[in-house]
Ligand binder design. Structure first.
Ligand SMILES: Cc1ncc(COP(=O)(O)O)c(C=O)c1O
Length: 444
């Protein structure tokens, strides 16, 4: 390499403007220069119980003083307490096996490994394909990119990434050939069955999906008939169903898990962000006894990640999950989510650039287009979602930019569940002001 340039500043990795925060408390982030930012995204839709809870910090400190580090297969009080709490208060009763990692991508990658290993151990070695949907996001490892319907994040790595069957997600606003929500649900489920038949059912290991699509599509809620139909299709062909609840899990959509809106029982479920609510890097993969039994019979193991289920992260999650129940925060997420939807609709319903305000609980999103009648997106190079996030920061509110491909200008909104009515109004008012400022500037 003969390029001798020195990049500045020395951090972040690829130099880019950043935001400098000194401390965070409740739903606010505070900068050293006195700025105060309302965290309408809970970080990356993760900080479910708000920032700066001392009881979580104290539990982490106690754990670090107690054990510092143990290999993931060892038991310790922090891991035992979390496993017991997940079992008694949180996980659907059919999901009895728990495997901990540090982040959503690792846990989804593990779910893909688990699906494959399950069939290898059952002797069905031809099954390896994972059917996924567009749009979707399941992580940024080379494995999880292969099942993510997210062109922007995958395109540069193409030669390294496996090609897996991709089908349209049930996205009522933009689903070709479906006039009603029900049509869309049935057509999207039928697309999965068609893909299974085209690929050869004996080659398919699993179908993966976010029960409510997160920031890649912008809080897309499927029609009610979709997940029951997908469950039936998976059962018909002996295929595993993986629910990615990395963003939705632990109360975000107003139920413990988003699957419960449709009484959906996945074979494998993955959670991340909400498990320790941003206080520690922790994620989990959960499965049924039936999924794990063939692996146990063959005396095989799922290799661990060094930091999987770190004791201090388990200690953080144990307090976080206690707080969510004790403070009745799931019901609060549901109520606050409805109020947020109403507030956003009230401010944006006349705006010609708003295609839809949607979501469930406190996972909401606004889709921005050139014209709500045609649903034509803005040209990609205008980077509307990036501009909106920048404008929001200048006005003291942090929104989460998302979207990919034709659904590119998505702004996700997912504040902590403790957000107040006044703060919801600030989030909605500021959003409308930001959008006006951007579109007025573009028009001028
Ligand atoms: C639905 C979903 N799955 C997986 C991931 C990847 O999680 P992580 O960024 O913790 O690796 C994300 C992250 O946003 C997500 O929203």
């Amino acid at each position: 390499m003969d390029d001798t340039r020195r990049l500045d500043p020395d951090w972040p990795f690829v130099p880019t403007p950043t935001v400098s925060i000194e401390r965070a408390e409740g739903v606010y982030l505070y900068g050293a220069d006195g700025t105060k930012i309302l965290d309408a995204a809970g970080g990356a839709i993760a900080a479910n119980i708000g920032h700066g809870r001392k009881d979580v910090a104290e539990a982490v400190a106690r754990s670090l003083a107690n054990t510092s580090y143990l290999v993931p297969p060892f038991e310790c009080p922090e891991r035992r307490a979390l496993v017991d709490r997940l079992k008694s208060d949180w996980l659907p009763s059919h999901l009895t096996r728990m495997y901990f990692c540090s982040g959503g991508s690792e846990a989804i990658d593990s779910a893909l490994r688990l699906a494959r290993l399950h069939f290898v151990c059952k002797g069905e070695t031809s099954r390896y394909k994972i059917i996924s949907r567009f749009p979707s996001y399941h992580g940024t490892t080379i494995g999880t990119l292969a099942v993510s319907g997210h062109d922007n994040r995958r395109v540069d790595y193409e030669p390294l990434v496996a090609t897996m069957p991709l089908v349209p997600a049930p996205y009522p606003l933009r689903f070709d050939g479906a006039d009603t929500n029900e049509d869309c649900g049935m057509a999207a489920a039928a697309a999965i069955e068609r893909a299974i038949e085209n690929e050869g059912p004996e080659t398919v290991a699993a179908v993966i999906g976010e029960p409510v699509i997160g920031s890649s599509g912008g809080a897309i809620v499927p029609p009610d008939n979709y997940w029951p139909a997908v469950r039936d299709i998976c059962d018909k062909y002996g295929i595993l169903l993986i629910a990615d609840e990395v963003m939705t899990g632990f109360g975000r959509t107003g139920t413990k898990f988003a699957c419960q809106h449709w009484d959906l029982k996945p074979d494998i479920m993955v959670s991340g962000k909400g498990l320790a609510a941003g206080y520690a890097p922790l994620s989990g993969m959960y499965a049924t006894d039936q999924v794990v039994a063939p692996i146990a019979d063959r005396k095989k193991q799922m290799m661990f990640y060094t930091y999987g289920g770190h004791p201090s992260a388990c200690a953080a999650a144990d307090v976080v999950l206690d707080v969510v129940i004790r403070e009745n925060l799931i019901a609060k997420a549901d109520e606050a989510g409805a109020a947020l939807q109403q507030a956003l609709e009230a401010r944006l319903k006349e705006n010609p650039h708003v295609a839809e305000v949607r979501g469930k609980g406190l996972l909401r999103a606004v889709e921005i287009v050139t014209d709500r009648e045609t649903l034509e997106p803005f040209p990609e190079e205008l980077n509307i979602s990036g501009r909106l996030v920048g404008e929001g920061l200048r006005r003291g509110v942090f929104y989460y930019g998302g979207g990919t491909g034709p659904v590119r200008d998505i702004i996700a909104i997912g504040p902590p569940f403790t957000v107040s009515r006044d703060e919801i109004d600030i989030i909605a008012d500021t959003f409308a002001d930001c959008l006006d400022a951007i579109t007025t500037k573009l028009a001028g």
